[in-house]
Design a protein around this ligand. Structure first.
Ligand code: UFG
Length: 335
């Protein structure tokens, strides 16, 4: 039986597809390729290729066809819009893609009798944290529509479990970063809004400088603090989540981070060190919706699913990102 990965041609999706192939799973990808890249799942350096269905989760007939043509055991659901700023400017676009599409997916799963789903959620469900490090039991109060849409899906999953027995594992990621060690897949967003790839673009001379959004936060150096986690460690957590659904048949929710915070200035310094290139940084106004500090407690997933990050060190994370961007300065170059 196959694992259906929605958004499997995206950044975290493609790294999870690579992990599943490595574990000899049969993988089917559904992606509309609006943001994803065909080349992210077609590399000959990976342990095979998934079957790709190009289409949109908002298209119910398409979904029905995918479920009827394949013997699907479980779903790993990534497909969503992910830009916080854009979600504030255009919330309905986010509700439409992130919530309505997921309800279609759950309906198709229910009709096909598929009862396992791993869901890609986010630290943005917490909003301004009450405690650092953040626990799964802490208050969820998103400060932007992106986080709201992910939380709305989390709640739909809870009730879908209650009524139909569809079991879920929700993974709330902190800052996904880095690239696959093979060098064949990495981060390529358009437009790019994330800190590490933008600082690397500055190192490559593709942008003049990096803007530091806010220098007056209540943090040691005044800039925002985040918990960076390697994308392949995240990918491995999806595999463990799938295994837990297979063996325990129980729903759960886990944070995923390294439990260590780095400020924007510290990240820029690590990129300077790894690349050996000068990088001009400029202070700029705060970016609306940014909490000062987001650091995860991942003790629960370590304890319950035996998850252990293999690339927890920020220099290692940045080195893998640097390898990717240096060799793919224009990303997959397919848009
Ligand atoms: N930053 C800058 N300059 C830039 C880009 C970012 O100073 O040019 C700062 C941001 O203000 C933030 C930090 O770098 O303080 C990290 O920003 P990212 O955009 O890389 O990541 P975020 O923490 O904003 O967002 C990430 C995910 C989101 C998710 C969120 C959860 O990308 O999808 O974590 O908090 F919602």
């Amino acid at each position: 039986m196959a694992i259906l990965v929605t958004g499997g041609a995206g950044y975290i999706g493609s790294h999870t597809v690579a992990e599943l192939l490595e574990k000899n799973e049969e993988v089917i990808v559904v992606d509309n390729l609006e943001k994803g890249h065909r080349d992210a799942i077609m590399s000959d350096k990976l342990n095979g290729c998934p079957k790709l269905f190009v289409g949109d989760l908002r298209d119910k007939d398409f979904l029905k066809e995918v479920f009827s043509k394949n013997d699907i055991e479980a779903v790993i659901h990534f497909a969503a819009y992910i830009e916080v700023g854009e979600s504030v400017a255009n919330p309905l676009k986010y509700y439409n893609n992130n919530v309505i599409a997921t309800l279609n997916l759950l309906t198709a799963m229910k009709e096909a009798g598929v009862n396992k789903i791993v869901f890609s959620s986010t630290a943005a469900t917490y909003g301004e944290p009450e405690n650092i490090p953040i626990l799964e039991t802490d208050k969820t109060f998103p400060t932007n529509p992106y986080g709201e849409t992910k939380l709305a899906v989390e709640k739909a999953l809870k009730w879908a479990d209650n009524a139909y027995g569809i079991k879920h594992v929700i993974l709330r990621y902190f800052n996904a970063s880095g690239a696959h060690v093979s060098g064949c897949i990495g981060e390529d967003h358009s437009p790019e809004t994330h800190l590490i790839p933008l600082v690397i673009q500055a190192a490559l001379g593709k942008r003049e400088s990096i803007k530091i959004f806010g220098n007056d936060y209540n943090t040691p150096d005044g800039t925002c603090v985040r918990d960076y986690i390697h994308v392949s460690d995240l990918a491995n957590a999806h595999y463990l989540a799938l295994q837990s659904l297979r063996t325990r048949e129980e729903s759960n929710i886990y944070n995923l981070g390294n439990g260590k915070g780095f400020s924007v200035r510290e990240v820029i310094d690590v990129v300077r060190k790894v690349t050996g290139r000068p990088i001009k940084a400029e202070d700029a106004p705060r970016r609306p919706g940014d909490p000062a500090i987001l650091v995860a407690s991942s003790e629960k997933i370590k304890k319950e699913l035996n998850w252990e990050p293999k690339m927890a060190d920020l220099e290692t994370i940045v080195s893998t990102a640097w390898e990717w961007h240096k060799n793919h300065p224009d990303g997959y170059n397919d848009k």
